[in-house]
Design a protein around this ligand. Structure first.
Ligand SMILES: [Zn+2]
Ligand SMILES: [Zn+2]
Length: 256
């Protein structure tokens, strides 16, 4: 995995500078704090420090050095294991995401179908009401036509009279016909009153559409587990790695 490029064949060319004094080379080790320092640090510190050259020869045989190496190897092994585990988790997270998107898509389609069905029945009701209104008004129009033609007939009958008995007959006959046609016209006027329609609100639906949660909400299922891992870092305690080095505060520069 991540190779420590400060070690290896270029070791002779690698130089280490003090974090506190960036122009000074690291030359001292404080065994008490497990930290590295430059000459300036050593001069101003109360710690008893070892010169690196005095301990570098035997350090490879030191048990702690060996333990450190083994812990580094263990760290890499654990990181590798976590990485492949995470790759699997990543893959299933992506799959789960697209499964959930499909569910939303199906939900959306289902709701659209239901809305379409409701709209269709509303449209049917509107079409039926409109047809009924047209039918009813056509009857009234027919009645008007009939009344007008009766009126025309009466008018002609009266105009055609030529001063004989027929004038009297037409006059007498016309009165009841006029009355009956007037009644018919009044009835026709009443039939022209249509049923009035309006949309009745569905309060439940309006309330439902105002709250986002009534559709569906996407929630964390294992909230408790998430908050216990709030650091976002893998639990390296369980991988049996001891963190030996404290914050040492030194920079590493590679010579080209
Ligand atoms: Zn220093
Ligand atoms: Zn110290």
């Amino acid at each position: 995995m991540v190779a420590d490029s400060t070690q290896g064949e270029n070791q002779e060319n690698t130089v280490y500078y003090c974090g506190v004094h960036p122009t000074e080379l690291i030359k001292y080790y404080c065994p008490n704090h497990d930290t590295l320092h430059c000459g300036d640090c050593a001069a101003s510190s109360s710690c008893i420090m070892n010169k690196l050259c005095s301990i570098s020869r035997e350090i490879r045989n030191n048990a702690e050095f060996k333990e450190l190496q083994s812990n580094i190897a263990q760290l890499m092994k654990s990181a590798d294991a976590l990485e492949s585990k995470v790759n699997t988790i990543k893959e299933s997270a992506v799959k789960q995401g697209s499964r959930h998107l499909d569910q939303v898509e199906r939900l959306e389609q289902g709701l659209i179908e239901k809305i379409k069905a409701h709209s269709a029945s509303l449209k049917d009701a509107i079409n039926i009401a409109t047809s009924e209104a047209k039918y009813q008004l056509d009857i009234v129009i027919d009645m008007c036509t009939d009344i007008k033609s009766s009126g025309e007939q009466l008018s002609n009958d009266l105009n055609d009279c030529n001063g004989n008995d027929s004038e009297v007959i037409a006059f007498v006959k016309a009165k009841p016909v006029l009355q009956s046609k007037t009644d018919e016209l009044n009835a026709a006027g009443k039939r022209a009153n249509l049923k009035q329609y309006r949309f009745k609100k569905c309060v439940d639906l309006d309330t439902m559409l105002q709250t986002t949660k009534s559709f569906r909400s996407y929630e964390v299922e294992n909230e408790e587990m998430q908050s216990s891992q709030s650091t976002g870092r893998p639990d390296i305690q369980s991988t049996n790695i001891h963190q030996h080095t404290e914050a040492t505060g030194y920079y590493i520069y590679m010579s080209p």
